[in-house]
Design a protein around this ligand. Structure first.
Ligand code: ATP
Ligand code: MG
Length: 482
């Protein structure tokens, strides 16, 4: 085995100091022999170069004097643990001895302790362990039951990685509904024609044209999509209030119900225009508000005589994209509120297959501060969805701005580069087992490398995201050609 240095100083159970005899990189996996349990997997968490050069001698160097410098590379190493016969990861109960040899860990030990199976075809294959050829596969059941989040600054590679995950879900015939505010995911239909490092990752270009359904409330702008509408007759007064953006149910429910009854009695095939006319004729402050909000709903064109049916929207083993490109933010919220509520209620009654609900730009739909009309239902799904086979995936560039109760329910987290200190703090608070070194490493992650926590793994690990089999729809726009 390849020795990299020796343990020195006070030795703890969870971490120790390492004097390095050769340079290695932060995040590298190491091994130390434990007297009782054999090789134990460890990871270099931080590096420091210590020297005896003081200020005066440094000054002398500036003035051309020669002075010998004694220096040492010192590391702090976290102990990950060992496994016995495929059992859980355990940490030795007696600290290692000072002076003990530290080796570079071999792939067999890394795979065994981290729980990485070699070329297994189960799970969602998201990439390779950084610097190795070991596959990182997320346990799809864990994603479902414990929810998931994808966090990174803008341009950090969230949508790319989410595309990878959706490809995997589709391969495993998992039903998904994706709230797509920028209309980025339609490209899942097409095979990736610029698949750079596909060989190392063993990824073949593949399109999912027959498995991707796209809907949009605005099909003039989003031409490839089917219209997404809600039928007025199937929208009960409470939902209509949601569409109208009226949260004070107590004030408005009675008058709205009365109005609906009146109009329905006159014409069972009533339209939103009939409702508007009836509200216009009525008097009173409450009805004026109702009138104004009904006109607003009419403008959104969300209500149609025949709304999109649930069986059209959710199809087993397919991904339904809800393309909200060009839709006003408050209308987007209404659509998400309505869809999320319908999916949750229908899952409770087992009317639709278990499914994964993906919310892109989730800080807008479940904000920590302020309100969004869909916030409450998303919080409900985050806390109770798993009981009913409704998995939630939230994607955001602002971890600090998404509702904390939603974020804390996501037990699988995929974190790409994050630099904002508030976002880093929010992430550090919501993840167990994140070391100070890892939090620092998140700030310098290159595009395409993610920190994976959960997903069936007991230890956080860094993963090089595999290339997409499908085309990525969120390419950064070049203003000046290069
Ligand atoms: N794993 C990867 N391999 C190669 N290129 C990548 C990878 N991840 C991201 N990119 C590239 O980086 C750019 C930004 O990626 P992406 O659109 O996923 O960012 P984002 O985090 O979703 O940003 P935003 O918050 O603005 O939506 C894209 O041009 C994409 O092609
Ligand atoms: Mg994106």
């Amino acid at each position: 085995m390849d020795e990299v240095g020796r343990i020195f100083g006070d030795v703890g159970l969870g971490a120790f100091q390492l004097s390095l005899s050769r340079p290695i990189e932060r995040g590298d996996y190491l091994a130390v022999e434990d007297e009782l349990h054999g090789l134990v997997l460890c990871q270099l968490d931080s590096l420091n170069r210590k020297s005896d050069l003081d200020m005066e001698r440094a000054d002398a160097l500036v003035h051309g004097a020669e002075t010998p410098i004694h220096e040492n590379l010192i590391g702090v190493v976290q102990v990950i643990g060992y496994r016995e016969n495929g059992g859980p990861v355990k940490v030795p109960t007696i600290p290692f001895r000072p002076g003990a040899k530290v080796f570079r860990a071999e792939e067999g030990l890394i795979a065994e302790v981290l729980g990485l199976k070699k070329h297994a075809d189960s799970g969602a294959y998201v990439g390779l362990l950084r610097g190795h050829s070991l596959r990182v596969e997320l346990d799809i059941n864990a994603l479902f039951q414990r929810h998931m989040s994808v966090l990174a600054k803008t341009g950090g590679g969230k949508s790319y990685l989410l595309g990878v995950i959706i490809e995997e879900l589709l391969r495993h015939k998992v039903t998904c509904v994706i709230i797509d505010p920028h209309g980025e995911y339609g490209s899942l239909r097409f095979a990736n024609d610029k698949n750079g490092h596909a060989e190392r990752f063993h990824v073949q270009p593949q399109g999912f044209a027959s498995k991707v359904l796209e809907f949009s409330p605005d099909t003039t702008l989003n031409t490839g999509a089917r219209p997404l509408t809600f039928s007025l007759r199937h929208v009960d007064p409470r939902d209509l209030l949601v569409f109208m953006g009226l949260t004070n149910v107590k004030n408005f429910m009675g008058p709205l119900r009365k109005l609906l009854e009146e109009v329905q009695a006159a014409n069972p095939d009533y339209t939103i225009k009939d409702l508007i006319r009836a509200a216009e004729r009525s008097e009173g402050g409450v009805l004026e508000t109702i009138h104004e909000r009904l006109e607003y709903v009419d403008q959104t064109r969300l209500l149609a005589p025949q709304g999109t049916s649930l069986s059209e929207l959710v199809q087993e083993g397919k991904a339904s994209l809800v393309n909200l490109r060009g839709i006003a933010p408050d209308v987007q919220e209404l659509v998400v509120a309505r869809i999320a509520t319908t999916l949750f209620e229908s899952r409770k009654k087992n009317k639709i297959p278990p499914l994964f609900l993906v919310i892109e730009e989730a800080h807008n739909f479940a904000p920590q501060q302020g309100t969004a009309s869909c916030s409450r239902i998303l919080k409900n799904i985050a806390s109770e969805g798993r009981k009913f086979g409704l998995g939630l995936c939230v994607v955001t560039q602002r971890a600090a701005r998404i509702d904390k109760s939603v974020l804390s329910q996501c037990n699988t987290q995929l974190i790409l580069q994050v630099t904002n200190p508030l976002d880093l703090k929010a992430i550090a608070q919501s993840i167990e087992g994140l070391t100070p070194g890892m939090t620092e490493m998140i700030q310098g992650l290159p595009v395409g490398t993610a920190l994976v926590t959960g997903g069936g793994y007991q230890t956080p690990l860094f993963c090089e995201v595999r290339p997409r089999a499908t085309r990525h729809g969120g390419e950064s726009v070049r203003v000046v050609p290069n």
